[in-house]
Write a protein that binds this ligand. Structure first.
Ligand code: DUC
Ligand code: ZN
Ligand code: ZN
Length: 488
């Protein structure tokens, strides 16, 4: 009697999950992992993984792709270039944004981003819905339908002139998210502190990119974290605080979690591996390192690593937001802009995992299981993608990155596949590189070549997971038995 062979077996590697590292073969049938174990029977095809690490493909839960920014500027990548770049860096799932601007219907915005991604993406994707115009129709009509259609997360901004929400609007969004079971992600910085400081700096002639860091006071991050945490606790709506950059910010999150609040948080490689020194370069060169929140100090980096160790931060996303260093991007407003006129953001989809692997695995900071957890498993869980994504386990999509832990690579713009034209990490040598990357069982990258067609990535409809479930403890003013019977 003959049994049908597996379609594909990854043979002889070391598999890692968020909780264990063990030698095993991985068998794939169609798009799915169907066996993990020692000495599995042959596959119709085999990939030799001896001496390699077999890891879940990365989940990058925060990347701006083909997105119109607050200032109305389109960033450099297309869904094709961004997802190709992600795949070369070992990432197989990306959550980008469907960005509403004032006056736009949220459902039409989501349709437009669907069309772009459907055409270009080579890996699987989902969207966070940016709500910049929380009108009655956005929150009562479009949002409920879109959450039901598989968009389990919304994002709001507390700064940026054209898209920031005031506290009343934030409460409206938090309330609507609770009613519909969606997670709310937040860009939390104090808008007035940024605007006030920036205006005074530029007014006094401090125009260079380095002053961007000064114009985002560290206390403004902590203030905004405090405020959004208080608003979310009042409504009892779980939140995810994006791109934590400062020691004070990490401390606020720790305190909130210690109080039992459902506050999740991410940081990004730029806050772990770069500092304000990178901004401080001659002329306009520092513009390449302008992002918000800004790059800070080595002591902040240490605080963020500690917060990762303690579990206060659960994910590390790229916040990929590429702008070319020319008149289409960083210099779009002027050939000699002050720092306020320079678009915020840097590329990072491709370098995210190699940088983290080098620090966490090769140099031993927090270790391989924690790398897998932060890079793939936790974001998949928090954003409603697990167990389909983020773990090597029977029944999951066969999204796998095979890493050569010994390969040394020097990062350069020439090596990257995004369209930014520069790398913030130029010249940095890392140890460990993803050599073969599979998305739903198909090899998309192997030894530096791409094997995936634009449009072959799929939309991932998601229901919010456990992260988005309220605690059941709203502010007492919202409980009829504690507020003289009022239903608010
Ligand atoms: N800041 C943001 O808020 N978004 C994109 C990139 C950045 O630097
Ligand atoms: Zn942001
Ligand atoms: Zn962002």
């Amino acid at each position: 009697m003959s049994t049908k062979p597996y379609d594909l077996v990854l043979r002889g590697g070391t598999v890692a999950t968020a909780s264990a590292v063990f030698p095993a073969d991985v068998a794939i049938e169609g798009e799915i992992i169907t066996a993990v174990g020692r000495d599995l029977p042959p596959g119709a095809k085999e990939i030799d993984a001896r001496g390699k690490l077999v890891l879940p493909g990365g989940v990058d839960s925060h990347a701006h792709i083909e997105q119109v920014s607050a200032a109305g500027i389109l960033n450099a990548d297309t869904f094709e270039s961004a997802t190709v770049s992600a795949a070369f860096g070992g990432t197989t799932t990306v959550i980008s944004f469907a960005a509403q601007h004032i006056g736009l219907r949220l459902d039409e915005v989501v349709d437009a981003y669907h069309a772009l991604a459907r055409k270009g993406a080579v890996i699987d994707y989902a969207f966070h819905m940016i709500i910049a115009d929380p009108t009655e129709s956005t929150l009562k009509d479009h949002l409920p339908r879109l959450v039901k259609a598989g968009h389990a997360t919304v994002k709001v901004f507390m700064t940026y002139d054209r898209i920031k929400l005031d506290d009343m609007q934030l409460l409206d969004v938090l309330y609507a998210a609770r009613e519909n079971r969606a997670l709310v992600c937040v860009h939390a910085e104090n808008h007035a502190m940024i605007s006030w400081t920036g205006k005074r700096l530029v007014g006094s002639g401090y125009r260079a990119p380095r002053y961007h860091r000064i114009s985002h006071p560290r206390g403004g991050e902590a203030e905004a974290f405090n405020r959004i945490i208080a608003l979310a606790a009042f409504i009892d709506q779980p939140i995810m605080i994006f791109h934590v950059s400062s020691a004070e910010g990490a401390a606020r999150i720790r305190q909130a979690r210690g109080e039992g609040l459902k506050v999740f948080a991410e940081t990004c490689p730029q806050y772990l591996f770069l500092t304000e020194k990178d901004l401080d370069r001659p002329g306009l060169e520092g513009a390449k390192w302008i992002c918000s929140p800004p790059l800070r100090q080595p002591s902040d980096q240490e605080a963020l690593w500690q917060a990762l160790l303690l579990g206060d931060l659960q994910t590390i996303s790229s916040d990929h937001a590429p702008y070319r260093f020319d008149a289409s991007g960083k210099l779009i407003n002027s050939a000699d802009p002050d720092f306020k006129a320079i678009p915020n953001g840097m590329p990072g989809l491709e370098a995210r995992l190699p940088l983290l692997f080098d620090a966490m695995v090769s140099q031993g900071r927090l270790g391989l299981e924690k790398f897998v957890s932060l890079a793939a498993t936790e974001p998949a869980k928090i954003y409603g993608l697990h167990p389909r994504k983020g773990e090597i386990v029977i029944g999951a999509d066969a999204d796998i990155a095979i890493w050569d832990p010994n390969r040394r690579v020097t990062i350069s713009a020439a090596l990257m596949h995004d369209l930014a034209g520069y790398s913030p990490y130029e010249g940095r040598t890392v140890t460990g590189w993803p050599v073969t990357v599979l998305s739903r069982g198909r090899v998309v990258v192997h030894n530096g070549s791409l094997y995936a067609a634009p449009g072959s990535g799929r939309f991932l409809a998601r229901e919010a997971g456990a992260a988005a479930v309220p605690t059941g403890r709203r502010g007492p003013e919202l409980h009829p038995e504690q507020n003289f019977g009022a239903y608010i």
